[in-house]
Design a protein around this ligand. Structure first.
Ligand code: PMV
Length: 355
């Protein structure tokens, strides 16, 4: 019996459940899958550490459907691979709570609203799969009674969310979160845990938009290509644990210079590993680089901020709340910048069940 089936029993008929999960941005990055692990477990080769984002979130409702499984995102019925990925995740939730092979999952609808630009390197899959894991678990099982979710469920649910998208494991909690790489073959110890609450430190993230549209290479495909071909992949993996420990310590003592140094180092190591992949993976555009240069110039003038970026061309800048306005004005002047969002650390994911 696994951790989840001990915590909740399957229900004979699903309920309607609504969840909200916030996106997160990795301050120490994850890039790469654990070799030899079952692809469905989606086990990372490295741990990661993130800040949950205040305004950027996904709201998801899951409930019984007489018309077969359905996935509606922002009012549009989704078909193809994006649908399959979400429906497959419903099956994982059903099995994780101990459903025998002989017992089919009840058909469900998923209705999601993304308050995150979808698939543009802004981690909509993190909030999306965290929200889906919570709402589906609440709809299908007895472990959520009423308005609040028991906290002991969040750890095992984080491991389940990870199977939908690695970064989703980190979106169950607010504030600052660490995803442990773990060692168990079944991935049960590869789950996130909250490090510091959202009010631990008055930090903000400036999301500097530098392009519209979807990313050219999906993260799973990119990670596999990097592992197979990038000569920088092994050192990238080897140095990750030390970065995580140093970042956690810097966060704990609220040392922005020390944290920022690791944030930029982790980001540039990951992108160096991507660039050295064959064929190369390049998520940045010219504006990405100009924003990073402008940020460094601003820092030299005393406006302290540190850059990170993910599988997309946008730049995210970590800074103190008191510096955010001046820094944002200075970066908005860079030609090619489309807009800047200011985001504070966000809250825990939540779920409500209709009783
Ligand atoms: O969770 P995925 O499969 O979308 O991968 C996320 C990878 C990065 O965003 C590049 C880094 C991270 O740790 O979030």
């Amino acid at each position: 019996m696994n951790a989840l089936s001990k915590l909740g029993q399957l229900r004979s008929s699903p309920r309607v459940a609504r969840s909200v999960a916030h996106a997160n941005i990795a301050l120490v990055k994850y890039w790469g899958k654990r070799p030899g692990a079952l692809p469905d477990l989606n086990l990372p080769a490295v741990g990661s550490l993130s800040m949950t984002l205040g305004e950027l979130r996904t709201e998801t409702e899951v409930g019984p459907s007489d018309a077969g499984d359905q996935f509606v995102l922002d009012g549009e019925t989704i078909t193809g691979p994006a649908r399959s990925r979400s429906i497959q995740h419903l099956d994982r939730v059903w099995r994780a709570f101990g459903a025998p092979e002989s017992r089919p999952r009840p058909t469900l609808y998923i209705r999601s609203r993304n308050h995150v630009p979808t698939a543009a390197g802004l981690a909509s899959s993190a909030s999306g799969f965290a929200a889906l894991t919570l709402a589906a678990s609440a709809a299908l099982t007895t472990c959520f009674d009423g308005l609040s979710a028991p906290r002991e469920v969040y750890g095992p649910l984080s491991a389940l969310a990870r199977r939908g998208s690695g970064s989703a494991a980190r979106s169950l909690w607010g504030g600052f979160v660490r995803l442990d790489r773990g060692t168990h073959d079944d991935g049960s110890d590869c789950r996130a845990r909250p490090l510091f609450a959202r009010d631990h430190w008055d930090l903000e993230l400036l999301v500097v938009h530098t392009a519209k549209g979807k990313k050219p290479v999906g993260s799973t495909d990119g990670m596999n290509r990097s592992r197979e071909t990038s000569p920088y992949y092994a050192p990238w993996v080897d140095h990750s644990e030390a970065d995580l420990d140093a970042a956690e310590a810097a966060l704990g003592r609220r040392d922005l210079a020390a944290l920022g140094d690791i944030v930029e180092h982790s980001c540039f190591k990951m992108h160096a590993c991507m660039l050295a992949t064959r064929p190369p993976i390049l998520y940045w555009n010219g504006t990405t680089l100009e924003v990073i240069r402008a940020l460094w110039e601003a820092r030299a003038r005393g406006l302290e901020g540190y850059a990170t970026s993910d599988a997309g061309p946008h730049v995210k800048v970590l800074c103190r709340a008191e510096t955010a306005t001046a820094l944002s004005e200075s970066l908005a002047a860079v030609p090619g910048v489309l807009g800047i969002d200011r985001v504070a650390p966000g809250p825990d994911a939540t779920v409500e069940v209709e009783l």
